[in-house]
Write a protein that binds this ligand. Structure first.
Ligand code: NDP
Length: 277
């Protein structure tokens, strides 16, 4: 069984971005990401901190806007509007979730599509679905990089995605389709989930249930990608896949931690440095 090393692959991507950013700097172009955090959610603070660290590593300038919980939707939309208009800002990231009194959809929609480095704007989603160039959502795009860089063929293979969220499952399925996989999307109403999963050459779990996928869902030799992240008691991390059990049958799989997780930030850096083209 081959372990797909997301830590090493994400490092490779960050180093490529670093090189690109340096080459752009030599031409007098600077890449800058605006990072907006509203409120004091500790998990969000950690995510934002990690994004800023990755910016530092890759040479991307980051401009941070840490706003109080009491910030109104109007104030946030005004800030986004200002950042949309600034030529020195290439990407705008609003850390989710937002406080309850702010409409997330309105905020995502306000970000200019050509600065939408998270790939959540309806225009980015539309571009993805019709196959036009645009920002790709970081986690599913990271899964594609993991597969490509691990030499796992996707074309013609049966890929089963468990989960249909807007940020993981749906774009994941579209990206696999773009790689010419035959794609099945499963969700909480799917009948015969196990039987369908067992037909997969590539099984992608984005289900949000700790260790739900055991070896009884997996075909001998299949590739299993675990998008889930859960913190167990004692602070240990696990995914949606029961790693120890599935490793007995899978041909290749991602661990948690050290699989899909580190890819998300690496792909965010790639989006920042790349722009829409
Ligand atoms: P959501 O909760 O938004 O979506 C979960 C999906 O799984 C839904 O489509 C749901 O179906 C489906 N589902 C739930 N239970 C079952 C079941 N018993 N059988 C089949 N399908 C089921 O989660 P996200 O997509 O946001 O995230 C998925 C996982 O990935 C989470 O663990 C999350 O923490 C992790 N994650 C990791 C990231 C990373 O950087 N590695 C980034 C983002 C998320 P239905 O639509 O019918 O409700």
């Amino acid at each position: 069984m081959k372990i797909i090393d997301g830590k090493a692959i994400s490092q490779q991507i960050k180093d490529e971005v670093k090189e690109k950013v340096a080459a752009m700097a030599a031409e007098g172009k600077q890449v800058c990401l605006a990072v907006i955090l509203v409120g004091e959610d500790p998990a969000s603070q950690v995510y934002v901190g990690n994004k800023k660290k990755a910016c530092e590593y890759t040479g991307i300038r980051s401009e941070s806007f840490e706003l109080p919980e009491s910030t109104t939707q109007e104030e946030l939309l005004k800030l986004i509007d200002e950042l949309n208009g600034r030529d020195d800002i290439n990407g705008i990231l609003v850390q989710l979730p937002l406080p309850k009194h702010i409409d997330e959809k309105a905020v995502i929609n306000a970000i200019s599509a050509d600065k939408d480095v998270d790939g959540f704007h309806p225009e980015s989603v539309g571009r993805l679905s019709i196959g036009d160039k645009g920002f790709l959502p970081c986690t599913p795009a990271g899964v594609i990089e993991l597969l490509k860089r691990s030499d796992i063929p996707m074309s013609g293979k049966h890929c089963v995605v468990i989960g249909r969220s807007n940020i993981v499952g749906k774009p994941m399925a579209l990206l696999m389709l773009r790689q010419n996989a035959t794609v099945t999307i499963c969700h909480s109403k799917t009948e015969n989930l196990k039987e369908i999963c067992k037909q997969a050459d590539i099984l992608i779990a984005a289900v949000g249930k700790p260790k739900m996928i055991d070896s009884s869902y997996v075909k001998e030799g299949a590739t299993v990608i675990d998008v889930g992240i859960h913190r167990l008691e004692g602070k240990k991390l696990c995914g949606d896949v029961d790693f120890d059990d599935v490793s007995k049958v899978a041909g290749a799989m991602t661990p948690v931690p050290g699989g899909v997780g580190p890819m998300t930030i690496a792909m965010l850096m790639k989006n920042c440095a790349q722009g829409i083209d």
